[in-house]
Design a protein around this ligand. Structure first.
Ligand SMILES: Nc1ncnc2c1ncn2[C@@H]1O[C@H](COP(=O)(O)OP(=O)(O)OP(=O)(O)O)[C@@H](O)[C@H]1O
Ligand SMILES: [Mg+2]
Length: 210
């Protein structure tokens, strides 16, 4: 198994980083967060290294490290830098699987004319959509999938996060005709071990091969 897999979500704070840590561990992958907005406390790369048990060598350095935890376009403006989307290129594809975590959701601006989803479309990498199971997920999930389809981005499937909600999970997958990859429950405590066990139970590595 090799190549990039983009992990995105229907929203910010959906659980992408936790999911990406579990996935990188499951697939023995490397991890890359191209744009980190917010440097106080643990960064997403540090959380993934801790929860997924990834060595330093398996973490690819961020292309942009921005101080403020807001949308990339705004965080960049605060830091007085501009994000050059053309320079966001995929790292070396020969070194096994690379799990790439987006910032926030899909329609996140990098500047006035570029959205993160446009960068994903240029990469032509298969993508996993993380969606919560709680109320509101049907609308957010279907809108996200419509945006992906409009750009012909390959969707490996949806990874649900949260308590079981079979009605919502089923209707999203049926209407969008998309694969349900599994569901990561809320873990308490959330540790490398509980994440690894939950991941092995909920997800099948073969589903992430494109
Ligand atoms: N399965 C889970 N069990 C317990 N806590 C979780 C789980 N998934 C996410 N969380 C918690 O929810 C919060 C948000 O999760 P996370 O940082 O993974 O979201 P995100 O989508 O990566 O956010 P961002 O858009 O900022 O990158 C964190 O405090 C995280 O520890
Ligand atoms: Mg994150």
């Amino acid at each position: 198994m090799s190549g990039p897999i983009v992990v995105t979500g229907t929203d910010t704070g959906i659980g992408k980083t936790v999911f990406a840590a579990g996935l990188a561990d499951l697939l023995s992958a490397r991890y890359w967060k191209p744009i980190q907005s917010g440097l106080e406390g643990e960064t997403d790369s540090e959380v993934v290294a801790r929860l997924g048990g990834l060595s330093e060598a398996r973490i690819v350095g961020e292309a942009y490290r921005l101080k403020t935890p807001v949308s990339p376009h705004q965080a960049a403006a605060i830091d007085g830098v501009s994000i050059d989307a053309a320079k966001l290129t995929l790292p070396d594809a020969d070194a096994g699987v690379l799990v790439i975590e987006g910032s926030g959701g899909l329609m996140v601006p990098l500047d006035r004319s570029t959205l993160l989803i446009d960068v994903f479309a240029r990469w032509r990498a298969p993508l996993v959509l993380c969606a919560r199971t709680s109320l509101g997920t049907i609308n957010h999930s279907l809108l996200s999938i419509a945006a992906l389809r409009a750009r012909e981005i390959k969707l490996l499937g949806i990874a649900f996060i949260g308590e079981s909600n079979p009605q919502s999970e089923r209707i999203i997958c049926a209407i969008a005709d998309v694969r349900r990859l599994g569901r990561l429950p809320h873990l308490a405590p959330l540790t490398g071990t509980t994440l690894r066990n939950a991941f092995a139970e909920a997800f099948n590595p073969a589903d992430f091969v494109s």
